[in-house]
Design a protein around this ligand. Sequence first.
Ligand SMILES: [Zn+2]
Length: 243
Amino acid sequence: MSQKSKDQTTISEDDSEFDIDSQEKVEASIFSRVLRGSIALFVLVGLLYISGVYQYFFYQRTPLSVNQVQIENRVDAQTFTLPLTIFIITASAPYGSIRSEENVLHLVENASRIWDQAGIALTIKNIYIISKSDKEMKVFSDAPAAFIQNTEGYDTTTINVFLVGNLGGINGIAFGGLYSVAVADYTTVYDFRALAHEIGHMLGLHHVSGSQGQLMYRGANGFELSLEEIERARLRAQRFEEL
Ligand SMILES: [Zn+2]
């Protein structure tokens, strides 16, 4: 009885040892599979990044159904009108913009709602649809000033808004001194927020670090302006009023 009991105990211990061994083997096999899976995923993401397909995952076109909430005008003074000249740059994918005029109206209307708080109203002076070759699009990325200044309709009495398919992974750019901004079709934030942010740069505002709720915070959907920013932006906006 005692012997049998001991045997049972031994067997039980063996079983237990065997269990531990096999569990380690299973864990090692899972680890190796996860490792191989991770490497495959890493390579796949890299390939998608290189091919530009990634933009369809992280970068999206802003749907017409998304609208900026109304913000109260915080300025008890004249509303300044900020005229925009819009260039829809069409070219082969992914460089060209595929925006429709309806899409552009939505873009500007919602960006203007953000600037309402500063007593600044964005208006469209002209919309040009301009077709460019791949070679000309290369000029845009290599020497944007030449591209911008040679674009028919370029108008420094307005802010020139260049709409393109993508900007190599960024949502928008402000070209200081050229009265020009560019906004991509595919963005990580709402396109109208990207436009409103770049116009902020045009009006002399810099990036802020504090809260994501602010318009000049990078890469978020914030739209708030401080009273100091409003004052500074209005000084610049006034220039367009006087032209
Ligand atoms: Zn910025």
